[in-house]
Every structure is written in C-alpha cells, then in structure tokens.
Design a protein around this ligand. Structure first.
Ligand code: ZN
Ligand code: ZN
Length: 260
C-alpha cells in the first residue's frame, strides 16, 4: 500500500490536487478541484505522468471558481465521475453536462474508490456546502484543508489522524489590512467563514502536530496578501521544524510528488 499527492497548482487563481493510492496492481487516482482551464489541467496532469482517462474520480470541494473551474467540461469530455455535495451542485446550477456523472458526497459518508478511501468533512467557509477531505490507503492518511475561515473542533478532529497535510495559509493579516481590497472583501477573507491566515494555519498545525506527521504542504497562498517566506516562517515555528521541512504549493507549478 502506498499513497502520495501532488499539487498541480494552488492559490486564489486556481486549485487542483492529485492524490494517488496503490494497492497491489490497482491504483486509484483522485483529482481534487479543477480550478484552471481544461488545457492547463490536462498539461499539468500529463506532467505528473497521468492522462485524464486514468483518473478514477474528481472531487469538487465547493462552487468557488478557483475550485469548480473547468470541471463540468473536463469531466464530461473524459467521462469521469464527479463527487460534490448537493449544496455545491445546486450552487453551480446543476450542470447538465454532469447529469450522469455526478455523485453526491456529504460529511460523514466515506467514499470507496477502490484502493483509496475518502472521508469528506464540513468546513466553515462562505460557500453553500463546502467539504474538505481525508484520503487514506487504509494505513496512512492525508488531510486536505483549504478554504476555511477557522479551525472548528470538527476540522481538528478529522485532521488529528493524518500523516501528511495540505493546509491553507492564505494571508498575512497586516498585508490584507493594508491591501487595496475593498473593506467588504477584507472582512470576508479574514472572517470566520473566509480563509486561514498564516497564524491561524500555524495554530491549527500546532494542534495536530505529532511524531508521525510527515509532509506539510502550505497551499492557497494569496498572491496579493501573503509572501511565501511569511507562510513558511509561521508554519516552521509552529511545527518546530526547519525551513526546508515545510513546502509551499505555488500557483504556477504546485508541488512535487509527496509520499504520505
Ligand atoms: Zn479557494
Ligand atoms: Zn472558496
């Protein structure tokens, strides 16, 4: 058994993450979010060594455009099942192209993808019914948590079990306050249903830090309201690690493959 993951690109402009789990001769491949053009998504999958037809399933975390992206077109073109909550499906207008491909996910109901088990969980975010994920090969667990305004007790309980973590470190509060964002948008981003600041991400990471927590990949960094070094500093301090032990997913190229 083995499970690994790779960000294909992450940030306010677009998000996609690939998770691959192998058991014997069988490999399950899950694409989480499709926040880029079909061309870019295909290119980045191929750069990761995966053809669209090799995907077992797609999971859309919520309806914001940096996550749903090209999913209705991409999934229909390649005939890939797409999991999302009923709330997300309604919020994107129940796209006809997904009629025979959509599968409904909800908090607390595990999804069996063959050699990967996916456990969706609710996060506090300003979307209709957002879900983030715990992915497991039956032995090791990967936590995925972006787009959440705060670390609820439920989020912490889900992530406590993970051996690797892709975690949002969205903004630096001072940079956000000084930015040219309109006041309503600043309040939204910093609010309880917005995005995790570097400090909030660090506090969450510290809460779930344990001896068997391996790779931590900081993701969904704001290009305007954050600096990679600020996100890295906050997380390394919270986890008691050196700078090169916390990685950052970039908008342009995501991350390397990381084994859970
Ligand atoms: Zn987002
Ligand atoms: Zn969002």
């Amino acid at each position: 058994m083995a499970i690994r993951f790779k960000s294909l690109g992450s940030g306010s402009a677009g998000n996609a993450t690939l998770v691959e789990s192998t058991e014997g001769a069988h490999t399950s491949r899950l694409l989480i979010d499709c926040g880029m053009s079909p061309r870019q998504l295909t290119l980045r999958l191929q750069q990761a060594g995966v053809e669209p037809e090799q995907l077992t399933a797609i999971f859309i975390t919520h309806e914001h455009s940096d996550h749903i992206g090209c999913a209705p077109v991409f999934a229909a073109r390649h005939r890939i099942p797409v999991w999302m909550s009923r709330g997300t499906h309604a919020a994107v207008g129940r796209p006809e192209s997904l009629d025979d491909l959509v599968c409904f996910a909800r908090d607390g109901e595990a999804i069996d993808l063959g050699s990967m088990l996916v456990q969706p969980f609710t996060v506090p975010h300003d979307a209709r019914e957002p879900l983030q994920l715990l992915c497991s090969d039956g032995d090791r667990q990967l936590g995925i948590a972006t787009d959440l305004g705060h670390a609820s007790a439920h989020v912490i309980a889900m992530l406590e079990r993970c051996h690797a973590l892709l975690l949002e470190a969205n903004h630096d509060p001072d940079m956000l306050a000084a930015s040219r964002y309109p006041p309503f948008l600043k309040r939204r981003v910093a609010g309880d249903f917005g995005h995790l600041s570097n400090g909030a991400a660090a506090a969450l990471a510290a809460r779930i830090n344990h001896a068997s927590l391996g790779h931590v990949l900081a993701a969904h960094l704001s290009e305007r309201n954050n600096l990679p070094e600020l996100a890295a500093q906050a997380l390394t301090a919270a986890l008691g690690r050196s700078q090169d032990e916390v990685m950052l997913a970039t908008a342009a190229s995501g991350s390397i493959w990381l084994t859970v």
